[in-house]
Ligand binder design. Structure first.
Ligand SMILES: *Cc1c(COP(=O)(O)O)cnc(C)c1O
Length: 328
């Protein structure tokens, strides 16, 4: 754990890490998995670790209402709604896009009592600000969490995660050469890269972009470097970060954010049937498609050891039944 910064406990840590024996056999390369789908907060996921620091900050600022935004099937919004309950705060969510299914995370947001504001992707930032203003006018104190919880405070959760991972690797004497994860708003990868610098963790961190295309190179990498730098500052780590510190792979976007095509579907089916691991349609399914393609294309040496970071999201499987069970 990072010693000098308090966190509001939400996650059941450490999350398990174990071999994917079936997939390792099928691919001929050693693959382990880090189970952040099991962080334990209302179906888990990577946002729980970020929220431990964000909630601590919200409470320190005397806030009484959390506001955040995401897509209709946002795992971040669902975990924020759950975290708000644990911390005794209200929660208002700005959800963008089509309310094409009320199942999955939308159902859970509702069960968890969050107030939902529907908007479009282009208008969600503005809408968060107007929701915050309304809350203020009602005499309350809002705390706006950026999309994905990706800022310096949130990224601390993944600096911590590297410290946790290092201890786990130590205890089983197994060290990955590569850590592979789905990257989107960038806070998770920024925290991991900062944590790697802090601990000297030996693996290369490989982010598979699930939404940022080549048109956002190197903007996205530079944004993550900024988050990593600010997170490092928070913990007094004197270090610099550049876009070059971030290895982001952009070839496996498929048809784009949240769209499940045959590649994502095949990856989800493959790992369900090799190891009984459920991936999600938006993030980990795409990232696993990317990992399998990288293995096939010779990106790795046969004696490399891969750690796939499961960042959660299975709740959204239930919002994607038509894409996941195609007619033929
Ligand atoms: C948010 C999310 C990610 C991406 O994390 P970022 O920090 O936004 O890059 C990956 N997987 C799942 C399941 C998520 O919900």
């Amino acid at each position: 754990m990072i010693k000098n910064i308090a966190r509001f406990p939400l996650a059941m840590l450490p999350t398990p890490m174990h071999a994917l024996t079936g997939l390792s056999r099928q691919t001929g390369i050693e693959i382990f998995i880090k189970r952040d789908d099991l962080t334990g907060l209302a179906m888990g996921g990577n946002k729980t670790r970020k929220l431990e620091y964000l909630i601590q900050d919200a409470l320190a600022r005397q806030a009484d209402t959390l506001i955040t935004a995401g897509a209709a099937q946002s795992n971040h919004c669902r975990q924020t709604a759950a975290a708000a309950i644990k911390a005794g705060l209200a929660c208002e969510l700005v959800l963008a896009g089509e309310q094409n299914s009320r199942n999955g995370n939308v159902l859970l947001d509702t069960l968890l009592g969050a107030k939902i504001h529907w908007t479009t992707r282009d208008e969600r930032q503005q809408r968060m600000q107007s929701v915050a203003k309304d809350i203020e006018q009602r005499g309350h104190v809002p705390y706006v969490i950026p999309v994905g919880g990706s800022n310096a405070v949130g990224a601390l959760g993944y600096v911590n995660a590297v410290i946790e991972l290092e201890q786990q690797c130590q205890s089983i004497s197994w060290w990955p050469t590569h850590v592979v994860l789905a990257t989107s708003s960038g806070g998770t990868m920024a925290g991991l890269v900062a944590g790697k610098k802090l601990t000297g963790f030996p693996a290369e961190i490989v982010g598979i972009s699930i939404d940022k295309g080549f048109d956002e190179f190197p903007i996205f990498e530079n944004e993550m470097a900024e988050i990593a730098l600010a997170a490092a500052k928070e913990i007094g780590l004197d270090s610099s970060f550049r876009g070059d510190d971030f290895n982001v792979i952009r070839e496996y976007l498929g048809s784009g954010y949240g769209i499940v095509g045959p590649e994502e579907r095949n990856a989800i089916y493959k790992v369900a049937r090799s190891d009984a691991i459920l991936l999600d349609p938006v993030y980990t399914g795409k990232a696993m498609h990317g990992l399998l393609a990288l293995i096939k294309n010779g990106f790795f040496d046969p004696d490399d050891r891969i750690l796939f970071w499961h960042t959660g999201g299975e709740a959204s499987l239930f919002g994607y039944e038509t894409e996941l069970i195609p007619d033929k």
